[in-house]
Design a protein around this ligand. Structure first.
Ligand code: NAP
Length: 292
């Protein structure tokens, strides 16, 4: 089986490498070709257009940034969707909103393509070590078909329901991720401005049940104010925006989320967008500096 892989950013490049390490045969495409180089050295083939790639594969995986990027590559000029062979399977791992996923699933179906949404929980390191958790929506037989791929790239997959349910669960995950990060960053900023040492705050809070456990893995970011990117802040803002949109479409109110997403939006405007999302701490610190 030939697998196409489109989107070789922080996550996609590492996921694709794990497929190669597990013996899968890959044809890859990325907007910026240089990011494909390590994969080409490891044996992947290159295709210079999504449409051309689609004609050479039995299955396609996409790991792009936003719904807009997915739609453009699927249906735009040189898009892959109407070039994939009938009966082939498209797995979209991009974090998108459930209504967008359902739209893509319908388009795929109209083109006789099977579709699975499989966004991931876990960041750069789990992507590298094959420890991702896949949140999967789609038909049972298609999910079963994808199982060897989930095993090569992740530690576990959960089949949540029909198309869009993987994306729905991902919205829920990232609401918690984004809100917990802001709560912690605000707590650190308050504590430090009250005269507490940052090291003391980190020691106490990261051991305490009031703090989300995942924040322990971010300790060095706060300690050294080094926000080397694992999960870009701009994609956190995008995910919270999509969660807000999903809430609107389902007529429910998420008041805290709608404030918090705008804090990330301001941080992006101030130049923190490509830093790790933990840089929201630095954004709050900067905006709390006392005037001279
Ligand atoms: P990234 O490093 O920014 O990679 C984004 C990818 O999308 C790149 O391959 C980029 O191409 C491509 N792309 C963006 N816009 C495009 C366009 N208009 N046309 C063609 N290609 C385009 O992001 P990432 O961290 O790997 O994240 C990928 C997805 O996974 C996002 O939906 C994110 O929310 C989700 N996610 C990320 C993490 C994480 O920790 N990083 C964890 C879970 C889920 P170029 O290389 O040419 O820019």
């Amino acid at each position: 089986m030939k697998i196409g892989f489109i989107g070789l950013g922080i996550m996609g490049s590492r996921m694709a490498m794990n497929l190669i390490k597990n013996g899968f045969s890959l044809i890859v495409y990325n907007r910026s070709k240089e990011k494909a180089q390590p994969l080409l050295s490891a044996g992947a083939e290159w295709s210079d257009l999504p449409s051309k790639l689609a004609g050479r594969v039995d299955m396609l995986i996409t790991m792009l940034s936003t719904p807009e990027a997915v739609e453009e590559l699927a249906t735009g000029e040189n898009g892959f969707l109407n070039k994939l062979p009938g009966g082939s399977l498209w797995m979209d791992c991009t974090t998108v909103n459930p209504s967008f996923t359902q739209k893509m699933a319908k388009l795929a179906d109209q083109n006789h393509i099977r579709f699975v949404d499989a966004p991931v929980a876990g960041s750069k390191k789990p992507a590298e070590t094959g420890q991702l958790l896949f949140l999967v929506g789609g038909k049972r037989e298609d999910v079963v078909f994808c199982e060897p791929l989930f095993k090569a790239m992740g530690k576990k997959f959960i089949h949540v329901g029909e198309s869009g349910m993987g994306s729905a669960l991902k919205m829920v995950f990232n609401l918690l991720l984004g809100e917990a990060m802001i709560a912690f960053a605000e707590a650190l900023n308050l504590g430090e401005n009250l005269g507490l040492k940052r090291s003391v705050l980190l020691d106490v809070l990261l051991e305490s049940p009031v703090t989300a456990p995942y924040l322990s893995a971010k300790r060095m970011h706060f300690e050294q104010e080094n926000f080397e990117t694992e999960f870009p802040l701009r994609w956190m803002q995008k995910d919270l925006q999509l969660a807000s949109q999903s809430a609107y479409q389902n007529d429910i109110a998420l008041p805290a989320l709608n404030v918090i997403k705008e804090v990330y939006a301001l941080a992006k405007r101030q130049g923190f967008g490509t830093d790790d999302f933990s840089a929201i701490y630095a954004f709050l610190k900067k905006n709390n500096e006392k005037p001279e």
